[in-house]
Design a protein around this ligand. Structure first.
Ligand code: PLP
Length: 373
C-alpha cells in the first residue's frame, strides 16, 4: 500500500472516525490492527442481521455464481421473489426496485405526481429523505439544503405531531404527504399514532397519497416488519432501503395494490434496479425476519430502556440526549471498543443489528455506563 487508508483521495463529504475495518461477523468488527469492536451502529441500521449473516451470504454467493445482471428488459427469479415476499408482508403491493433510499424517494415523488396529477409535496420539519435534489427538496433540514438551492418547488413543511400544521400545509394541490414513522437522521423522533391517523385522514380528504419513508424503520427495525403495522395506519406506499439486503445496495418503492396502476412502461427506470444478487440477499433477509426475531427486538428494546432512562425511539432504532457533544462520547466509546453513532449535536444513536445477543447488549451497556457517568 502506498497511502494509509485515512489519507486516501476521497472527496471529504464524511467526518470519518480514524479507524479502518477489514472484517466483521455478527455484531463484531475487526480493524486493520486486529482490534475487535462491538458494533451498535450496524452500518447505520443497514446490516440488520449482523455482518456476514449466513442466510443472505449464502443466497448472494449462490446467485453470484449463477447470474449477475440481465437488465430490466427481462424477468429474473430473485427480483420476482423479492417483490412477492414484500407484497405478502404488506398485504398486497407492487414493487419498484432501485439502489438507495434517496432513489426510492425519487420514485415515490414521481409516482405521487403521476398518480394524482398534482404537483405538491408535504413533508415534515426535521425530516431526512436523502441527498439527491428531489429527496433533499423534501428534507426539512435547512443546513443540509442551503448550499444547493433552488430545489424542487411546491414543497410545504409541517411540524411533527402537530396535526393543525399538517392540515394547514395540505391542500388541493397535494400529491403526497411524506412521513418517516420515526424520524431517523433528524434525531430519532417517533410520530404519534394520532398524528399518523390525522395524516391518513388529510391525505384521503385531499386525494393525496400517504407515503411512509421506511428506509430506516422498515424490515424489522422497530419490532414489526414495517413500522406502520404497529401504528394503526395503512399507507398508500412505503420506501425501503437500508436493512433490506443486509448491506448490499438496494432501494424499493412499494405501492399498495389499491394505489397501484399509475406507472406505465417508460415512466421510470434505473439500470441496476432489481439486481439479482442484491435481490437474492434481500429475499433471504425477509425470510430471516421472523416473528421470533421481531419479539427479540422488542425484548431488547425493553432491556435497553431499563438501563438507559430517557431513551427514545422504537424497537432497535433508539437515541439518547447527552449533556456533552455526542461526538466526544462516540470517540470515548470507540477507544473502549464500542461503536455508537450520533443523531444531532447532543444525541447518541443506537441501531444495533436486530440479531445482537442479550450478552452483547449487556457488554455494551457496561461501556456506555462508564462513558456516560
Ligand atoms: C438513510 C435514509 C434515506 C436516504 O437513503 P440513502 O440510501 O442514503 O440515499 C432516506 N430516508 C430515510 C428515512 C433514511 O434514513
Amino acid at each position: 500500500m502506498t497511502a494509509t487508508a485515512s489519507s486516501a483521495p476521497l472527496l471529504p463529504t464524511y467526518a470519518r472516525q480514524d479507524v479502518t475495518f477489514v472484517s466483521g461477523e455478527g455484531s463484531w468488527l475487526e480493524d486493520d490492527t486486529g482490534r475487535r469492536y462491538l458494533d451498535l451502529v450496524a452500518g447505520i441500521a443497514v446490516v440488520a442481521l449482523g455482518h456476514l449473516h449466513p442466510a443472505p451470504l449464502a443466497a448472494a454467493q449462490a446467485q453470484l455464481e449463477r447470474l449477475w445482471h440481465v437488465s430490466n428488459l427481462y424477468w429474473t427469479e430473485p427480483a420476482s421473489e423479492l417483490a412477492s415476499r414484500l407484497s405478502e408482508r404488506f398485504g398486497g403491493a407492487q414493487a419498484f426496485f432501485c439502489n438507495s433510499g434517496a432513489e426510492a424517494i425519487e420514485a415515490a415523488l414521481k409516482y405521487a405526481r403521476k398518480a394524482t396529477g398534482k404537483a405538491g409535496f408535504v413533508a415534515l420539519e426535521g425530516s431526512f429523505h436523502g441527498r439527491t435534489l428531489g429527496a433533499l427538496s423534501v428534507t426539512g433540514q435547512p443546513a443540509k439544503r442551503a448550499a444547493f438551492e433552488p430545489l424542487v418547488p411546491h414543497v410545504a413543511f409541517a411540524s411533527l405531531d402537530d396535526p393543525a400544521s399538517l392540515a394547514a400545509a395540505v391542500g388541493s394541490d397535494t400529491a403526497c404527504i411524506l412521513i418517516e414513522p420515526v424520524q431517523g437522521e433528524g434525531g430519532v423522533r417517533p410520530a404519534s399514532t394520532e398524528f399518523l391517523a390525522a395524516a391518513r385522514a388529510l391525505a384521503d380528504e385531499a386525494g393525496a397519497l400517504l407515503v411512509l419513508d421506511e428506509v430506516q424503520t422498515g424490515i424489522g427495525r422497530t419490532g414489526s416488519f414495517f413500522a406502520w403495522e404497529q401504528l394503526g395506519v395503512r399507507p398508500d406506499a412505503v420506501t425501503l432501503a437500508k436493512g433490506l439486503a443486509n448491506g448490499l445496495p438496494i432501494g424499493c418503492l412499494l405501492v399498495a395494490e389499491d394505489a397501484a396502476g399509475a406507472f406505465e412502461p417508460g415512466d421510470h427506470a434505473t439500470t441496476f434496479g432489481g439486481n439479482p444478487v442484491t435481490c437474492a440477499a434481500a429475499v433471504a433477509v425477509c425470510d430471516t425476519v421472523t416473528d421470533e426475531l421481531l419479539d427479540t427486538v422488542l425484548a431488547h428494546e425493553t432491556l435497553l430502556r431499563g438501563s438507559l432512562p430517557g431513551l427514545r425511539g422504537r424497537g432497535l432504532l433508539l437515541a439518547l440526549d447527552v449533556d456533552r457533544p455526542a461526538n466526544e462520547i462516540v470517540a470515548d466509546c470507540l477507544a473502549r471498543g464500542l461503536l455508537v453513532a450520533t443523531a444531532g449535536e447532543q444525541t447518541l444513536r443506537l441501531t444495533p443489528a436486530l440479531t445482537i445477543t442479550t450478552g452483547e447488549l449487556e457488554h455494551a451497556l457496561g461501556i456506555l455506563e462508564e462513558v456516560l457517568t
